[in-house]
Design a protein around this ligand. Structure first.
Ligand code: PLP
Length: 373
């Protein structure tokens, strides 16, 4: 299998699998139990929190484990509305966010909040000037992703957070950093954001685990209320096997991520150079992040291209894997012509991607065009 769909999910690494397995088979205690077995589980939880926090340049007490970035995004958005809704009813986000941000914000919009959707340029980038123009004294939340999962555009999060805090004193700045972790430098505290979401399965851990960073001293209400876990902010017995796996994956990549990024960047350059030679193929989006190459084969249909590549053992995706069957809202917001959107495909890399994988894609595409055209 030539797996080029790493922005959708990544293969769990050996360290993650080992940690998940040993937690399921040996250290399966409940971190809330006060006996020795529970205390050991609580220690594992604390060590895991340290590892994940270190990976995003944060202190352990600012990292809360969740079931994934969808929950992290929902939590911070609804919590901001609950905590700050009396001070203002204005929210800013972008038209290119993942649905895990857009849908909760749409729900708040239908409940009376007013929302400004910043539009991207043709490459998928959102400008600081547009954010500046949208900020108001009654803005309570700005949610802008660090890296877009379809265009690969990188947003200027540090400058955006600074501008938000300078202009709108009550506003919280949140970034969905799912596609940024281990794909570019990510230091939550240094970025100056109030909240940041990450997900385990995008970085070679298991599915169903993620985290929300909340700046030290920021007190937001819980989304899931229950047994008082996660400092009373996220009820529910912790998914310790997946949390330990997430931490192990972070530990493994902490040592290698600079080299991994350089390797992905080289593969991306090679991929782009080879694809550019193919008649009828258009590269789409900024592709600032090292792991995303989106392109369109105008006149062909995305699903047909995916199927044809799959027959050759190559796995790619149609933009966001989460919005199957719908024309991409990201490419639409970038004003890509519909004929290109309908034939758009995303290849995405990880630390496991090889030059041979890229070459196989580049060799297969002209055949696919000939067969489908
Ligand atoms: N945000 C972005 C940018 C994503 O790419 C994804 C996954 O597709 C998510 C959020 C959702 O993450 P999870 O699967 O952990 O809920």
């Amino acid at each position: 299998m030539i797996y080029l769909d790493n922005a959708a999910t990544t293969r769990p690494c050996g360290a993650a699998i080992a940690a998940i397995t040993s937690t399921l088979t040996q250290d399966w205690g409940n971190p809330s139990s006060v006996h020795h077995f529970g205390v050991e589980a609580a220690r594992l939880l604390a060590r895991s929190r340290e590892s994940v926090a270190q990976s995003i340049g944060a202190q352990p007490q600012t990292v809360y484990f969740t079931s994934g970035a969808t929950e992290s995004n929902n939590w911070v958005i609804y919590a901001a509305a609950e905590r700050l809704g009396k001070r203002g009813k204005h929210i800013i986000t972008t038209a290119v966010e993942h649905h895990a941000v857009l849908h909760p914000i749409k729900k708040l919009e239908s409940a009376g909040f007013s929302v400004s959707y910043l539009q991207p340029d043709g490459l998928g980038r959102v400008s600081l000037a547009d954010l500046e123009a949208a900020l108001r004294p009654d803005t309570i939340l700005v949610s802008i992703m660090a890296v877009n999962n379809e265009s690969g555009a990188v947003m200027p999060i540090e400058a955006m957070a600074k501008l938000t805090h300078r202009t709108s004193p009550f506003a919280l700045f949140h970034t969905d950093a799912v596609q940024a972790l281990f794909k570019q430098p990510l230091r939550a505290k240094a970025l100056g954001v109030d909240a940041l979401s990450i997900s385990g399965h995008k970085v070679h851990a298991g599915k169903g685990v993620g985290a929300l960073y909340l700046r030290d001293g920021l007190h937001l209400p819980a989304l899931l209320r229950g047994g008082g876990q996660e400092s009373n902010l996220r009820g529910g017995t912790e998914n310790l096997p997946m949390i330990a796996g997430f931490a192990a994956a972070c530990e493994a990549q902490k040592k290698t991520h600079k080299d991994d990024i350089a390797a992905m960047r080289a593969l991306q350059a090679s991929c782009r150079a080879q694809l550019e030679q193919i008649p009828g193929l258009t590269l789409l989006g900024a592709q600032d992040a090292p792991h995303i190459v989106t392109f369109a084969l105008e006149g062909l249909r995305t699903q047909g291209i995916i199927n044809a590549l799959q027959e050759r053992g190559i796995y790619v995706s149609a933009g966001s894997a989460c919005s199957r069957g719908h024309r991409s809202h990201v490419l639409t917001a970038m004003q890509i012509p519909p004929a290109q959107i309908d034939g758009a495909v995303r290849a995405s890399f990880s630390r496991e991607t090889t030059q041979a994988d890229i070459d196989a894609l580049a060799q297969a595409l002209p055949e696919v065009i000939e067969n489908l055209g």
